[in-house]
Design a protein around this ligand. Structure first.
Ligand code: 1GP
Length: 256
């Protein structure tokens, strides 16, 4: 069943072509800076706040950060969990994700089995997502025990993405890894976009307007940035976020 947050995401993609989501790693911020970043993201017209980090372990801190964000923004807060400790009752929804190219069944379906009952008890909206690690993969690749897809093998990314769709997942995420030097290549995004019908999320290493534009024009429906928001604090944040979102809009207008 498609819930309220998913409907909202689909509607924004329908209207805008490609949208931005701001990723906040609770481990790298306190509650105050998290709500500042989220507020700036909302004012810059970002569509949602994603919350997650690869090594997060404290649910209490996660709860505090989310409550503080919820006090300052109206856009949805979506969990992006690294494990069952990434689940908080205070979020609106959760990417119910399976790391498709992990060697370890725990990250494909084990953590999901452990987390599902809690998601039900908390009344969180689960949004099924196929998560695929590309290239360098960053910490997500190491912790998730992934067999990363090489940057020059777009056909392998397409096969994984298509499998996600055929398994009934409603979104696909190509993840280059947080803070990596090289984002997912445009050619890979284009090839994946051409074979799947479900929305495509791209993230990892996107820091400039041109990179955001390239990902959107190649076919990404959702572009996620995290590191950029943590690195650029204060007054400059709004300017950089606006540039990224302008880049996404320009790219969306060029989408095939
Ligand atoms: C990481 O794809 C996201 O899971 C965002 O990556 O931190 O490099 O923006 P960055």
């Amino acid at each position: 069943m498609i819930g309220r947050v998913e409907e909202y995401i689909l509607e924004r993609i329908r209207k805008e072509g490609s949208i931005h989501m701001a990723l906040i790693d609770p481990e790298k911020v306190d509650s105050e800076s998290a709500s500042y970043i989220a507020g700036e993201a909302e004012r810059s017209d970002s569509s949602a706040i994603m919350i997650g980090g690869t090594t997060l372990a404290s649910v209490t801190h996660l709860d505090d950060v989310i409550r503080s964000i919820k006090d300052s923004v109206d856009i949805p807060v979506i969990l992006f969990p690294n494990n069952i400790t990434g689940i908080s009752r205070y979020a609106d929804a959760i990417w119910f994700m399976s790391l498709l190219n992990s060697f370890d069944p725990y990250f494909i379906v084990g953590a999901q089995i452990l987390g599902a009952p809690l998601i039900r008890v908390y009344g969180l909206e689960p949004i099924p997502l196929g998560y695929i690690i590309i290239g360098e993969g960053g910490s997500a690749g190491v912790i998730g025990k992934a067999c990363p897809i090489p940057y020059n093998k777009p056909e392998l990314a397409s096969a994984h993405a298509l499998a996600a769709q055929y398994l009934g997942m409603r979104f696909v995420y190509l993840e280059a890894g947080s803070g990596v030097k090289r984002p997912v290549p445009a050619e890979m995004i284009r090839m994946v976009r051409n074979v799947i019908d479900i929305p495509l999320i791209v993230g990892g290493g996107i820091k400039t307007r041109e990179q955001a534009k390239a990902a959107a024009s190649a076919g990404a429906d959702i572009i996620v940035t995290g590191t950029l928001l943590e690195e650029i604090g204060g007054e400059k944040l709004k300017g950089r976020l606006s540039e990224i979102i302008e880049g996404i809009r320009e790219g969306a207008s060029l989408k095939a």
